[in-house]
Design a protein around this ligand. Structure first.
Ligand SMILES: CC(C)(COP(=O)(O)OP(=O)(O)OC[C@H]1O[C@@H](n2cnc3c(N)ncnc32)[C@H](O)[C@@H]1OP(=O)(O)O)[C@@H](O)C(=O)NCCC(=O)NCCS
Length: 214
């Protein structure tokens, strides 16, 4: 892992959790960039450094993606878009791995994946770039998690589940073993998904049923 200092992009709630995890890893966090300082949350002791126009790709730091999401409304693609734009400017997005996580040596994690406190990733799982495995998530054996998908706190993905890129698996949701979800799916908090959703959509309830995205 790179030992370079890190600037967190986005100073909202997810950015604060990411900065906290990096500090727990022993990384140096230089602060946050955020274009909306009025709504920033951040962390005590860490500075707001302005917008990402102030970043310098030659300055010897990595970035961490502090943009999260709840699956509801708004711009669900912001996290991916901001990272892709900054990577095109020459920045590197670091992985985040809170020291309390349990990760099988037989799991494959792309660079930039974020594993937050007490998450578990089991043997044979594969997680693509930019994905968030949030607090207390369990990714069981053989799962495939697409790029920039957010598995929100406490979700459980049983064995061999596949989730396409850009999806949101809501807090506390359970996905039954072997289920394959298309890219861009939103699974509501607490849903129990027993079968695949087709195309973009929202899966909510127990058992989960499909509903259009607003
Ligand atoms: C599913 C979700 C994305 C829908 O958000 P939304 O588009 O703003 O939807 P609304 O709150 O307007 O609710 C629309 C309807 O769905 C219902 N609904 C919303 N979320 C639901 C859920 N998780 N389970 C069951 N029903 C739900 C509402 O009661 C409402 O029903 P109605 O039309 O009969 O009144 C959101 O509620 C959710 O569960 N997000 C996940 C949150 C999360 O993971 N946060 C973690 C961040 S770390």
């Amino acid at each position: 892992m790179s030992g370079r200092p890190v600037i967190v992009v986005g100073a909202g709630g997810h950015g604060a959790v990411v900065a906290d995890a990096l500090l727990a890893e022993g990384r140096t966090v230089l602060g946050f960039v955020d274009p909306r300082p009025d709504s920033a949350i951040g962390l005590p002791g860490l500075d707001l450094l302005g917008s990402d126009d102030n970043l310098d790709p030659e300055a010897g730091y990595d970035l961490a993606n502090g943009i999260g999401g709840t699956g509801a409304g708004g711009d669900r693609d912001l996290r991916r878009r901001v990272q892709v734009r900054l990577e095109a400017r020459g920045f590197h997005f670091t992985s985040v791995r809170h020291p309390s996580v349990v990760v099988s040596p037989h799991a494959a994690l792309a660079v930039g994946v974020q594993l937050l406190a007490r998450s578990v990733v089991q043997a044979g799982a594969r997680i693509e770039a930019g994905a968030i495995v949030n607090t207390g998530v369990i990714i069981e054996h053989g799962c495939r998690i697409g790029a920039f998908t957010h598995c929100a706190s406490g979700a459980i993905l049983c064995g061999e589940v596949e989730v396409g890129e850009g999806s949101h698996i809501g807090a506390g949701a359970v996905i039954r073993q072997g289920v394959r979800l298309e890219p861009g799916v939103v699974v509501g908090a607490g849903a129990v998904v027993l079968e695949a959703g087709v195309g973009e959509g929202m899966l909510i309830g127990v058992p989960a049923r499909r509903r259009g995205i607003a």
